[in-house]
Design a protein around this ligand. Structure first.
Ligand code: NAD
Length: 299
């Protein structure tokens, strides 16, 4: 019988970046025992400084030791795989067979299915549970969590997931969370790019960009992009939403690779993946994804 994942269970958390930091903080707040690891010493000391209960560890393996669940919040699935399986200090070397891996990164679904198979060969289990909502909703614990895996595994992880998110969807077998997340970000990237193009055209005609966003928000053009990115990051041109170009370009590539792997023709998705890849090259991988506006302006 697996141990409950309700607090004060011990959670290992690897990846204390823009999203990992506030998500791991919520686990401390919920009463979990938290072990953390990030390859960046700065990220670790910032986190432990702000969350005195957290236990800093020296490697992925050390972090995983004694944990009831291991959460990964890393840039992509290849990095998750390396953190789990590569070398003597990899997390799988320290993880107990009763523990479960919860990959909350936006990883590629086919790689997730392979990772799950390789972990199963070592007696280890996992679910994928990527998130949507960005830094703001990671801070207030209202993320949408999109889980894939067996019903039993997802159910077992619910107390943990509900400490970080408001809605937990179980979208199917292992990898289904990652597939749906990539498709969601395709919609998000497309609406952001469309809004930016519309603003560039409207402004050129002499309409105030803030006015344009206000009209969209009260009309049929309204979307998450017009509501939480237009006035906030595009009109003031501060480009500071907290999600990088590199990560958005990766998500679009994930979605379009999935379509290719399934033999489905999706011309807009393919085009979007290409435009965002070019934009990331031009404005820089570390730039915020809202800088797609700057790219479209030709700056
Ligand atoms: P980030 O780049 O801010 O953070 C990643 C962290 O992982 C960094 O602190 C880095 O030092 C650490 N790291 C990288 N490789 C490592 C390794 N091998 N071992 C240990 N630590 C390692 O990224 P983020 O914005 O927090 O995003 C994390 C994941 O969540 C990504 O898959 C992203 O696509 C997804 N996501 C991000 C957002 C957002 O708004 N930022 C929203 C939803 C989903």
């Amino acid at each position: 019988m697996s141990k409950s994942l309700a607090p004060p269970a011990t959670i290992a958390f690897i990846g204390l970046g823009m999203m990992g930091k506030p998500m791991a903080s919520r686990l401390i707040g919920a009463g979990y025992t938290l072990r953390v690891y990030d390859q960046s010493q700065q990220a670790m000391s910032d986190f432990v400084g702000a969350n005195p209960g957290a236990i800093a560890t020296a490697s992925a393996k050390a972090c995983a030791q004694g944990a009831d669940a291991l959460v990964t919040m890393l840039p992509d699935g290849k990095i998750v795989r390396r953190a789990l399986l590569d070398g003597a200090d990899a997390a799988a070397e320290g993880l107990s067979k009763e523990a479960i891996l919860v990959d909350m990164s936006s990883s590629a679904p086919v790689g997730t299915v392979e990772l799950s198979r390789d972990l199963a060969a070592r007696g280890l289990s996992m679910i994928d549970a990527p998130v949507s909502g960005g830094v703001r909703r990671a801070i207030d614990g209202s993320l949408a969590i999109i889980a894939g895996g067996t019903a039993e595994h997802v159910e077992r992880c619910k107390p943990l997931l509900q400490s970080m998110g408001k809605t937990v969807f179980h979208t199917g077998a292992i990898g289904a969370g990652h597939a749906v997340k990539a498709l969601n970000n395709y919609l998000s990237a497309t609406s952001l790019l469309s809004m930016c193009e519309a603003m560039i055209v409207g402004e050129k005609f002499g309409v105030d960009p803030g006015m344009l966003v206000d009209v969209f928000n009260n009309s049929s053009g309204m979307s998450n992009s017009t509501q939480v990115k237009g006035r906030q990051f595009i009109v003031p041109r501060n480009y500071a939403a907290g999600f990088t170009m590199a990560l958005m370009a990766k998500d679009l590539r994930t979605a379009s690779d999935l379509a290719d792997q399934l033999g489905v023709e999706v011309p807009t998705m393919t085009e979007m993946a290409d435009i965002w890849a070019r934009a990331a090259e031009k404005v820089g991988m570390a730039a915020d994804h809202t800088a797609i506006h700057k790219f479209l302006e030709g700056k």
